[in-house]
Design a protein around this ligand. Structure first.
Ligand SMILES: Cc1ncc(COP(=O)(O)O)c(C=O)c1O
Length: 372
């Protein structure tokens, strides 16, 4: 029996659409490490044009996209990067920039809207006169949308200002744009304009866009040449990768136009959650496809709530010791949103009554223990 599961753990959980599978089957492929895969070449050229940069490179994951970007900009060991203390690169990427690249992170607090104060960014830039003691600042990283801030968008004005700071201090600007298309749609700003100030951008194809695998990095020809070598060093050079690029092409073609609908559903979900007394959610803070809500009743923990939801085929992840995160993607329908809301309401009632048996849930811990 096939059971319908409403999977709100992340926008990474989508299954390839029929059109993606058909494109994968039909893809014209060759050895991409030799630079010969025609589908990969075409896709990279299209992504570079869409993002307004000279060149692009397909990589297996968002983590590798950020890693090759930071390492390409910080090619002298002991370089320093300024980035948000709640940024994905800093929190969830195994410290790869340090362990593999010898890059030193200088964190600046992320505000609730995902920005870092401009004055604090400037303050964090090392004085080159102190080079005997200090690492050398070479890069600033932003994240748009900002996942740990609930999918909030960084405006084009803010991004331009950070770009100006970078230029004035001889630094580079990288944007972790895992969900940059969500930001572009929510802000109503063309994606190439939104990232104009950036020297490089990483874009995840397997999040809101729905491709099964992959990210791209975009930037200048010289930057992409370096990134290509780093990708190979990290073991990310792939052979007939056109199979993946074909699916990613369909994802970009078919899904960008649906993102506004995802954002509308996220708002509807937030509005519905707001009506449940034991939860708090600031629906005005829902700008894209993520909804974070707090549980105010101490008798209900996020992990218990997620486990009871799982019994009803609604999957979600705890986001902290008191909050839960729901993420909308194009495979979530309006009726899925309504079903999830009904289940949350019932799960809260059940947990308040007590006596819910959760021991038999073998999958709960594994499915709910990690989020990003
Ligand atoms: C903002 C952000 N950047 C980068 C990544 C890393 O992507 P991947 O899981 O493909 O390595 C994620 C993953 O969720 C993310 O949310």
């Amino acid at each position: 029996m096939v059971t319908n599961v409403v999977d709100l753990r992340s926008d990474t959980v989508t299954k390839p659409s029929d059109a993606m599978r058909a494109a994968m089957a039909a893809a014209d492929v060759d050895d991409d490490v030799l630079g010969a895969d025609p589908t990969a070449r075409r896709f990279e050229a299209e992504m570079a044009a869409l993002l307004g940069k000279e060149a692009a490179l397909f990589v297996p994951s968002g983590t590798m996209a950020n890693l090759v970007s930071v390492l390409a900009h910080c090619d002298v060991r002991g370089s320093e990067v300024i980035l948000g203390d709640a940024s994905h690169i800093h929190v969830y990427e195994n410290g790869g920039i340090s362990t593999l690249g010898g890059v030193h992170p200088r964190t600046v607090p992320n505000n609730p809207d995902g920005t870092m104060d401009l004055a604090r960014i400037v303050d964090a830039i090392r004085n080159p006169d102190g080079a005997l003691l200090y690492p050398t600042t070479r890069l600033i990283c932003l994240e748009n949308t900002h996942a740990n801030s609930g999918g909030k968008c960084l405006s084009v004005e803010y991004t331009d200002k950070v770009g100006e700071i970078a230029v004035n201090h001889g630094l580079k600007l990288h944007i972790d744009g895992a969900r940059i298309f969500n930001a572009s749609v929510a802000l109503g700003v063309p994606v190439h304009r939104l990232v104009k100030a950036a020297d490089s951008v990483s874009v995840c194809l397997s999040k809101g866009l729905g491709a099964p695998i992959g990210s791209v990095v975009v930037g200048s020809e010289a930057f992409i040449d370096k990134a290509r070598i780093l990708r190979k060093t990290l073991g990310g050079g792939m052979r007939q990768v056109g199979v993946l690029c074909a699916a990613a092409y369909v994802a970009v073609r078919d899904t960008v136009g649906k993102l506004a609908d995802d954002h509308r559903k996220a708002k509807a979900l937030a509005e519905g959650l707001k009506k449940i007394k034991q939860l708090t959610v600031d629906s005005s803070s829902v700008e894209t496809n993520m909804v974070f809500f707090d549980i105010v009743d101490p008798r209900i923990s996020p992990s218990k709530l997620c486990q009871v939801l799982e019994q009803r085929n609604v999957l979600a992840m705890p986001a902290s010791s008191k909050s839960v995160r729901f993420v909308i993607h194009y495979q979530i329908s309006d009726s899925d949103v309504q079903y999830a809301l009904t289940c949350v309401e019932k799960a809260v009632e059940e947990l308040l009554k007590g006596g819910t048996k959760l021991e038999h849930l073998t999958n709960g811990t594994a499915k709910n223990s990690y989020w990003h």
